[in-house]
Design a protein around this ligand. Structure first.
Ligand SMILES: [Zn+2]
Length: 230
């Protein structure tokens, strides 16, 4: 019933390779700059606190969480979570990542349109990714209904792809805000600028890879739906 379609590889490989390349770049950049001490001597947590306080976000807590690169801003809790390495680290990488997450809090405060759009489609995306797996499975079980199911799957996948499309500019904007604040507040000096950029650009590349993978997967689904391939 399940059989391997070589065409799926043609659509999967470019995104996969880009994803691996992005991970290697991030591993390399983060690994390098998490060993370079920041001249201000601040920890990531202190840098984030400074950026948030200066923006009037004194009620947004900065908390430490386990995991590697598990850093994120939670808009529902209005709280910033930093992995231990970045929370405690007094390095260019730690301060850069902490500032990036603070950038998301600044987007939230500014009611930045794409940030709000991304937040709004999170529940739909979570539903779509669960339903997608179910519908693909059902399409294989009930082969006669394949063509109905494949179009439902495409609809669901469009929602997931839309999320990736909206995420990309939100991530780049958070990094832009991060760098702006780091230099404006003097948390990072001129010669440390390139290091911050390298870490944040490498992190952003992982989102580019995710988007490319999603678009190619969508094209593959459209190809099999239109061509009647299974
Ligand atoms: Zn981000």
């Amino acid at each position: 019933m399940f059989y391997f379609d070589p065409l799926s590889l043609v659509f999967a490989i470019p995104g996969l390779l880009l994803g691996i390349w992005a991970q290697i770049k991030l591993h390399h950049a983060y690994g390098k700059y998490s060993k370079v001490p920041v001249e201000s001597g601040m920890t990531g947590a202190q840098a984030a606190r400074e950026i948030l306080d200066r923006a009037g976000l004194v009620n947004v807590p900065v908390e430490e969480i386990p995991g590697r690169l598990s850093d994120h801003y939670d808009p529902t809790k209005r709280a910033l979570f930093l992995s231990s390495d970045n929370f405690r680290g007094r390095t260019v990488a730690a301060v850069g990542v902490a500032a990036h997450e603070s950038g998301h809090a600044l987007q939230h405060q500014a009611a930045y349109g794409l940030f709000n759009a991304r937040m709004a489609i999170v529940p739909a995306t979570q539903f779509a990714s669960m339903a997608y797996m179910g519908i693909i499975f059902a399409g294989f079980i009930f082969q006669s209904l394949f063509h109905t199911f494949i179009w439902i799957a495409i609809g669901l996948f469009c929602v997931m792809t839309l999320f990736q499309i909206v995420t990309l500019p939100v991530e780049y904007d958070a990094s832009r805000r991060a760098k702006e604040q780091l230099f404006r507040l003097g948390l990072v000096h001129e010669h440390e600028r390139a290091g911050v950029s390298k870490v944040l650009d490498a992190a952003a590349l992982t989102y580019v890879a995710a988007l490319v993978s999603a678009v190619l997967q969508l094209l593959y689904l459209l190809t099999i739906a239109r061509g009647g391939r299974r």
